[in-house]
Design a protein around this ligand. Structure first.
Ligand code: MN
Length: 128
């Protein structure tokens, strides 16, 4: 069981992601913009961060760079969640400090597996 911070401004995506993760026993915290996400990441030290790239104000690339370059959050894996499908975005996402990439729209059948692939095995186990 893992504690996952979701930084996402779209309520439908936030709801679906939270539902899937909580259904499988994981704990979810949510932020609706980058500033709140950075604050919660520092305060809560989640096991993993799911980061929307298209956010109001500070975008996901800037959020990832800040988290990656801050000593208190640099060890937390960040997975980008984005609908951008253009060539080069994956490289840009990885360059910003993200470890992986999940494409929107979220596929409920594969989402959990995609998230858990980035967690150590003791945390990726399904909860009680
Ligand atoms: Mn968004």
């Amino acid at each position: 069981m893992a504690h996952i911070l979701i930084i996402e401004d779209n309520e439908n995506n936030l709801y679906l992601s939270t539902f899937i993760l909580e259904k499988h026993g994981h704990r979810v915290s949510a932020a609706r913009d980058g500033e709140e996400g950075i604050r919660l990441a520092e305060e809560l030290r989640p096991d993993l961060i799911l980061l929307d790239i298209q956010l109001p104000g500070m975008d996901g690339y800037a959020v990832a760079a800040r988290l990656h370059n801050s000593a208190s959050t640099s060890s937390i894996p960040i997975i980008a969640v984005t609908s951008y499908a253009m060539a080069g975005d994956r490289e840009r996402i990885l360059a910003a400090g993200c470890q992986g990439y999940i494409e929107k729209p979220i596929n409920p059948e594969t989402f959990l597996e995609q998230v858990l692939a980035h967690l150590p095995s003791d945390l990726s186990a399904t909860g009680k």
